[in-house]
Write a protein that binds this ligand. Structure first.
Ligand SMILES: Cc1cc2nc3c(=O)[nH]c(=O)nc-3n(C[C@H](O)[C@H](O)[C@H](O)COP(=O)(O)OP(=O)(O)OC[C@H]3O[C@@H](n4cnc5c(N)ncnc54)[C@H](O)[C@@H]3O)c2cc1C
Length: 500
């Protein structure tokens, strides 16, 4: 077959136009769709999602025990009360999102199995052209849109990050990544080693402990955890009093946010005291003889990496019961039957789970071009982590590290809807953010300060991310407490916004 014939077959037959294309049907994209219907009635839009259903993170991850590590009062949307226990399973989160879709008639707005491969902006037409592939039929489909709302999350959904270790090929057992958990994996009677000690490992280990022969958490360095009951007392009390769920949602959100803000500030002002409190919780569960110094005392200040909440201390209970253990060591390499550590110790394993993180995926692995020139995202400067210099009619959602992601996706949605309405009022077809005269000499810095927050996937991918300036307008501050007031107050007639 000639090349021309192949091209003709993949050339899209139709082009559909929408005012807005939303990329991704995770918690951010479904929220975006909701806000568009409420705040921009009459705006045509479509949500394009490469997977077979909604949920994003909560659909992709199917490993045992998969659950949130932040509470659902704040991870849930502002507009739909959460009525269950604060830490929720993926199934519960999917049910909640399904209700949002059904209650608001959003199903017809979402097209599944549509993977966006490329997006190009034409200054002449003032339009984005979006090239997608239907993953079920392989058919190429094309859309045009005035505005792109990027809700593609921050990591590649198709596969997780697994480092290369010597001897992996010789290992006779199975190596699995939690992001692509095999349906046929039977752990009964098996020795399991989980590499990593982040939120994923902390969730998975209590879920498999007791179901396999033994599970070991193998970490290079320790992580901070917080423990507590998977319940919120005030929510239960208010429920007993018959208070309306929407009031309970709002009251509990405010209480959690206020407490989180105080806690986060304390990690900067009195890190040593906070460290001792966190380690005190661990000691209380593991007893005085356990080596908390080696296995649970990180070298960094609390909150420099995500701090996972362990409901009902289930991870520590599994360790205390002897069903799980911790090895703090470096990997020398794999052997046929396990993992050789730098200390010389060998961890025997039938199954190795690499809870080693993600591939950062800044723009949904979409090839972006502006007037035919490839977009180099790292050459842009971010406007409050939502827009980028030189990139017209595009907003993206990047949530918080230290607070629930959805708190920010709701705030960004309000901003996008306001911006779309402002463009309509002005009769503008294009909006770009641009450095103002007073910003021209501003030092440009990496997206995030590693002293502030430094998980592996961000450090590995920092060179791909836009730059930040040294003023709040030109940063993603990660400060929800301030942003909840700052974002709604953005002056859309500020010279940073250039309309055409
Ligand atoms: C296991 C795990 C647990 C987490 N727990 C919490 C928590 O408790 N609290 C918290 O605040 N955060 C948590 N996070 C972070 C979490 O990813 C976010 O909070 C949130 O779910 C992100 O939602 P999102 O909709 O922005 O992105 P995602 O959930 O990543 O969804 C993005 C969607 O976009 C689609 N997509 C991407 N690229 C394309 C493309 N090119 N074409 C079409 N579709 C595309 C993807 O298929 C996906 O469905 C967790 C992350 C993980 C991995």
């Amino acid at each position: 077959m000639s090349e021309a014939a192949t091209l003709a077959e993949t050339e899209p037959r139709t082009v559909e136009h929408f005012d807005v294309v939303v990329v991704g049907a995770g918690i951010s994209g479904v929220g975006g769709a909701y806000h568009l219907t409420k705040q921009c009635p009459g705006t045509s839009f479509v949500v394009l999602e490469s997977q077979e259903s909604f949920g994003g993170t909560w659909l992709t991850h199917r490993y045992p025990g998969i659950r949130s590590d932040s509470d659902l009062y704040t991870f849930g949307y502002r507009f739909k009360p959460w009525t269950g226990a604060p830490i929720a399973t993926a199934a519960e989160i999917l049910k909640y999102m399904g209700e949002v879709i059904e209650e608001n008639g959003l199903a017809s707005r979402i097209r599944y199995r549509h993977r966006i491969d490329a997006a190009s902006w034409s200054s002449e037409r003032k339009l984005w052209t979006v090239e997608a592939t239907r993953t079920d039929t392989g058919e190429a489909v094309r859309f045009t849109a005035n505005f792109l709302w990027m809700c593609q999350g921050y990591y590649r959904h198709s596969e997780g990050y697994t480092p290369e270790w010597p001897g992996m090929d010789s290992f006779k057992g199975r190596i699995v990544h939690p992001q692509t958990w095999p349906d046929d994996l039977d752990i009964a009677g098996k020795k399991v080693v989980v590499i990593g000690s982040g939120a994923t490992a902390a969730t998975l280990i209590p879920a498999v402990a007791g179901k396999c022969a033994h599970v070991t958490m193998l970490q290079r360095s320790p992580t901070y955890f917080r423990t507590g009951r998977n319940a919120i007392e005030i929510a239960d009390e208010l429920r007993e009093l018959g208070i309306d769920e929407s009031w309970i949602h709002e009251i509990v959100r405010r209480k959690i946010l206020s407490e989180q803000d105080k806690f986060t500030r304390r990690t900067f002002t009195e890190p040593e005291k906070v460290t001792q409190e966190l380690l005190g919780q661990v000691r209380a569960h593991l007893g005085p003889d356990y080596d908390v110094q080696t296995h649970f005392t990180p070298s960094y200040r609390p909150w420099r990496q995500r701090l996972a909440f362990i409901p009902d201390a289930d991870l520590f209970q599994a360790i205390a019961a002897g069903k799980a253990s911790v090895a703090t060591d470096e990997i020398e390499g794999f052997t046929e039957n396990g993992i050789l550590l730098q200390s010389g110790k060998v961890l025997e394993a039938d199954v190795v789970v690499t809870a080693t993180g993600f591939h950062l995926n800044v723009l949904g692995d979409i090839r972006f071009a502006i007037d035919g020139e490839p977009l180099v995202f790292s050459d842009t400067v971010t406007y409050r982590g939502m827009m980028f210099t030189g990139v017209p009619n595009l907003a993206w959602v990047f949530g918080y590290f230290r607070a629930s992601w959805t708190l920010r996706s709701d705030l960004v949605a309000d901003f996008v809807c306001r911006l779309l309405n402002r463009m309509k009022d002005k009769g503008a077809r294009k909006v770009t953010v641009a450095l103002r005269p007073e910003d021209q000499d501003m030092p440009l810095l990496p997206w995030i300060d590693p002293e502030d927050f430094n998980p592996g996937y961000l450090m590995r991918g920092m060179h791909l991310l836009p730059k930040r300036g040294n003023k709040r307008e030109w940063q993603h501050t990660q400060d929800h407490w301030a942003e909840k007031d700052e974002l709604p107050a953005i002056d859309l007639d500020d010279p940073a916004f250039v309309y055409e």
